[in-house]
Design a protein around this ligand. Structure first.
Ligand code: IPT
Length: 972
């Protein structure tokens, strides 16, 4: 088989026949979108291509029609998936590691379309074919003439087509290869997907036009003046009408301006014009500097409350609409996110326009990752092999040139997980020379020789603390220690948002606030990359690695975001919003004062309105507005409780004062009234109900026992209360393991729990004795698993006082319980009809020991379905924390009320923990005819062990002898 003409596929060269990189510009030059329907055929490899497909006369009439932009593996996945399926691997290359060779089985898409050159297309100048993104390597023909080829999937490529485009109909043909030498540089943790996945256009380049623009717009915070200088072709004029600027290209002007920051994204419309072309720009004046060991913008240390954002759409893969990009930013801003790392490639150029407009700090990351070489000690890693140098520099140049005019971009990142090497150093040197105004970021070289910030992923809290104090271990190369010790620190990835969690965000945030050097970071990651699918009966589910039969895959590790695949916020995002809130409100009932701190870096609180509300036992009592002067960034105000609070009558239950900061007016990303921050304080406690001393007596009855209106079976298990059938509470230590329980860099907790000698998922309950009499009913048991020597003594003491059935469970670990428990509580079940749940306690969302900041105290109500968190990979979820009482009611009928003495954690499910554990996808879960109720004294925290540190010691549930009490009452 001859492969002549295909050498570019396995060549380390970044391409041929391409035009030089330049800024993404909005120009009035003629342009023609080539998006839309293209003829398409998928070849199995280079041996299988359609010879002559590029010729205008070629008949592709029988070929399929495919949308451009799109990714070919994302088509008709519920049907016959005509173009193959997505495949997911994280670190491992899905092909033999033999650079730069790739498999013969190399799916190759052949695209053709005919377009008509508009009649008024200019006859002079150049005509350029522009691709915003093609994954992975491609070659291009116009009217049968080959223009060149390119690589660099998430970077633009332009070809000059002037000499081959003609009036009337033209044929453009593109051959795209899934695998190429460049695949070795694109080993990001995501689905392997291919095609022309970003827009394609024909653009005119007028003679005497504006090929490139580099706007330098600095801001001097001492003088309040901005300086503008725009590099553009000679003769071009630069105008900023709002500022009265009209200068020549290259000229510098300095004048008073309002600066751009992520909090105050002030943009000025500008135009750069020559006689033949006008381009519009949006200028943001700001200066980024590393100074005093800190990352500063406009002279101030900034704090990054960031997320790592992959481009993902559950239906279209990495092809995103502008609406979806905007939605991402809206959801981010609504949740107090102020920074994005474009992990791990430059995003669609339109996303950065939106970042400028809406206001987030951006770390723009180059399309580079060679992580798979890790398994072979980084042997032959392209980062340090000279033949790859040009490819590395080409990628960096294409990113920097494209994105250099965005005020939102405050740092360039060389890429991700590509170890160390001379080619990375060369990228950094090139970028510093081309754009000295932006610091360089790269995590993979811990010695930080060629970067301006010390960046790490997933260090634990203790190490972060040491770095904050500058007492971290020295660099490997002693010569670099001083440099590294004196640069700012960021966590380019932390708090892995896989499944339930991440726990421990609060403790990181405290470190960022405590240590100047720790300037925040980026949660891993923004979105679950689940692929939307439907069952035959139309139910939606989301696929992850392995669901498409990939021989090599990394399972659900691709589903680890703060939003679900459909962009609905997960509890992790709600928690993050609270943890990083830019205004902190503290309500102190003791001193009857409210403290409001403005934790922003630039903006005052003039955009916010403060409201207060008092609730008694969850019932609204009184509310009003809190008048506060606008607080400058970094400032705080302490104000007395509003007068209305003093006028309240004696409380009937627990009384809470909640103070909220909401948007005073509409913002581009949220409507007036949107909540930014809140604080709560307890004004009055309520006596927790407790069993009285004089209980009704228990007695033996036919095959069981009776205690007031409670009925028990022969094993002392509650079967009915007030005539309400109940499968009575029994000790439960199990939870469907979370991703953080299942994975760890050390020993996953779930392995311990399922160990033969432990077996928490298969506990047996052995009754040792039952005592019925004047003190009520005492049932002594021992709970242990088959094969296990260790066991948990559990005594259930039932009493009946004041119309309430009380249960005190005394547990006593026997043997070596040297590991945290998933949960400690009891589980009961009720008929399915008990589907309406009201509770007073923490809510409205789920919360665990180390993910509980967003839970506020109040009275909440939900259906059982509404209490379930739809994690793509089913696992423990839905627990509500600090519950004082809960009422489970059947429509129009009876109800069961549970009292804490004083509190418990409440979980209600339409299926069991075992069902959750067995399920691989949401659609595996079927509602049973009962509701399952977990009433827990405590639960193990969530941590972030799926990638990073586990649960902090204070949030671990270590077994010890303890007791907890619950009350039950049946009635309306
Ligand atoms: C780190 C990667 O940078 C990121 O792409 C993602 O894979 C993340 O882990 C886990 O989801 S690398 C890891 C080995 C620390």
């Amino acid at each position: 088989m001859s492969q002549t003409g295909f050498t570019y596929v396995e060549s380390v060269s970044p391409g041929s026949g391409r035009r030089g990189p330049r800024a993404a510009l909005a120009s009035d030059a003629a342009a023609l979108s080539l998006d839309g329907d293209w003829r398409f055929r998928l070849a199995a490899g280079l041996h299988d291509v359609a010879e002559g497909f590029e010729d205008p006369g070629f008949d592709a009439g029988a070929w399929d029609v495919l949308a451009v932009p799109s990714m070919w593996q994302m088509h008709d996945l519920d049907g016959d998936a005509p173009y193959g399926k997505p495949a997911y691997t994280n670190v491992v290359y899905p092909f033999p590691v033999d650079p730069p060779r790739v498999p013969d089985a190399n799916p190759t898409g052949e695209y053709r379309r005919v377009f008509t050159l508009p009649a008024d297309w200019p006859a002079t100048g150049r005509t350029v074919l522009r691709f915003e993104g093609v994954d992975s390597a491609f070659a291009v023909w116009v009217n049968g003439v080959r223009l060149g080829d390119g690589k660099g999937s998430r970077l633009p490529t332009e070809f000059d087509a002037t000499d081959h485009v003609r009036a009337g109909e033209n044929t453009v043909a593109v051959r795209v290869h899934q695998w190429s030498a460049a695949s070795y540089l694109e080993d990001q943790d995501m689905w392997w997907l291919s095609g022309i996945f970003r827009p394609v256009s024909l653009v005119h380049r007028p003679e005497g036009g504006i090929e490139d623009v580099f706007a330098h717009a600095d801001y001097d915070h001492r003088t309040g003046r901005g300086t503008l200088r725009v590099e553009a072709p000679e003769g071009a004029r630069v105008s900023v009408p709002e500022l009265g600027i009209d200068i020549a290209a290259g000229e510098t002007v300095s004048l008073a301006v309002e600066p751009w920051t992520a909090e105050t994204p002030r943009l000025y419309d500008a135009e750069v014009a020559t006689e033949s072309e006008r381009v519009s720009l949006r200028i943001g004046f700001r200066t980024v500097k590393i100074e005093d060991g800190l990352l500063k913008v406009n002279g101030k240390r900034i704090l990054l409350r960031g997320v790592n954002r992959h481009e993902w759409d559950p239906d279209h893969g990495r092809t995103l609409s502008v609406e979806t990009m905007r939605r991402d930013l809206e959801v981010m801003k609504r949740h107090n996110v102020n920074a994005v790392r474009t992990s791990h490639y430059p995003p669609d150029r339109r996303f950065l326009d939106l970042c400028d407009e809406i206001g987030v700090w951006v770390v723009d990351e180059c399309d580079l990752e060679t992580h798979g070489f890790f398994f072979y000690d980084w042997r032959d890693n392209p980062s340090d092999v000279p033949m790859w140098r040009e490819a590395y520099l080409d990628r960096m140049a294409r990113m920097v040139e494209r994105d250099k005019n965005h005020p939102s971009v405050i740092m360039w990142s060389l890429g991700n997980e590509s170890h160390t090497g001379q080619n990375l150093a060369a990228m950094s040197a090139w970028a510093k020379d081309r754009d000295p105004s932006r610091p360089i970021h790269y995590e993979g070289d811990w010695d930080s020789g060629y970067v301006d910030v010390y960046s790490r992923m997933y260090p634990d809290h203790a190490e972060t603390d040491r770095i904050g104090q500058k007492t971290e271990a020295p660099t490997k190369d002693p010569a670099l220690d001083e440099h590294r010790r004196n640069i700012p620190f960021i966590l380019c990835e932390y708090a892995h948002a896989m499944g339930n969690g991440p726990g421990g965000m609060t403790e990181y945030q405290r470190l960022f606030e405590q240590h100047e050097r720790c300037q925040g970071g980026f949660i891993w990651e923004w979105i679950d990359h689940g692929v939307r699918m439907r069952t035959e009966d139309g139910r939606e589910w989301f696929a992850y690695g392995g669901d498409f039969g990939e021989p090599l895959h990394d399972g659900n590790f691709v589903v680890d975001g703060l939003v679900f695949p459909d962009r609905e916020p997960s509890p992790g995002l709600i928690e993050f919003k609270k943890v990083v809130e830019p205004v902190r409100i503290t309500v102190d009932a003791g001193s009857r004062r409210i403290t409001v701190e403005n934790l922003r870096d630039f903006a005052d609180t003039g955009d916010l309105e403060f409201t207060w509300a008092v609730e008694d036992g969850g019932e609204p009592e009184h509310e009003g507005r809190l008048d506060l002067p606008a607080l400058a960034p970094g400032n705080a105000a302490i104000v007395p409780f509003p007068a209305g609070v003093g006028e309240l009558a004696d409380p009937r239950g627990e009384r809470w004062l909640t103070v909220r900061a909401v948007l005073a007016k509409d913002e581009p990303w949220a409507a007036a009234g949107h909540e930014i921050a809140w604080g709560q304080g307890q004004l009055a406690a309520a006596a927790a109900p407790a069993p009285g001393s004089a209980t009704l007596a228990a007695s033996a009855a036919d095959r069981g026992y009776l205690l007031g209106d409670a009925e028990f079976d022969a094993y002392g298990r509650l079967t009915a209360l007030g005539g309400l059938e109940i499968e009575g509470p029994r000790l439960d230590l199990w939870r469907a393991p979370t991703d953080n329980d299942l994975r760890s860099w050390h020993a996953p907790l779930a392995d311990k729990w399922r160990d033969n000698a432990v077996g928490l998922h298969r506990l047996e309950h052995k009754v040792l004795g039952i005592d019925a009499g004047d003190d009520g009913l005492a049932v002594t048991t021992r709970v242990a698993a088959g094969g296990a020597e260790i066991g948990m003594g559990a005594v259930y003491r039932w009493t009946h006082t004041g119309g309430v059935l009380w249960l005190t469970v005394e547990v006593d670990p026997e043997g070596e319980w040297d590991f945290p428990l998933p949960r400690l509580g009891v589980r009961a079940s009720l008929p399915k009809a008990f589907g309406d749940v009201t509770w007073f306690g923490g809510g409205p969302g789920e919360a665990y020991a180390d993910t509980r900041d967003a839970a506020r105290v109040g009275r909440f109500r939900s259906t059982v379905a509404g209490l379930q968190t739809p994690y793509v990979f089913p696992q423990e979820n839905g627990s509500r924390i600090d519950v004082r009482w809960a009422r489970l009611a059947a429509a129009g009928g009876p109800a069961l009320t549970v009292y804490g003495a004083p509190q418990f954690a409440l979980t209600v499910r339409p299926w069991t923990s075992e069902d959750l554990e067995a399920a691989r996808h949401r659609t595996d879960l079927a509602e049973r005819d009962r509701v399952y109720v977990n009433l827990d004294a405590d639960l193990q925290g969530m941590g972030s062990a799926a990638c990073g540190p586990g649960v902090l010691p204070e949030h671990r549930l270590l077994p010890r002898a303890t007791a907890f009490t619950l009350g039950f009452r049946a009635g309306e």
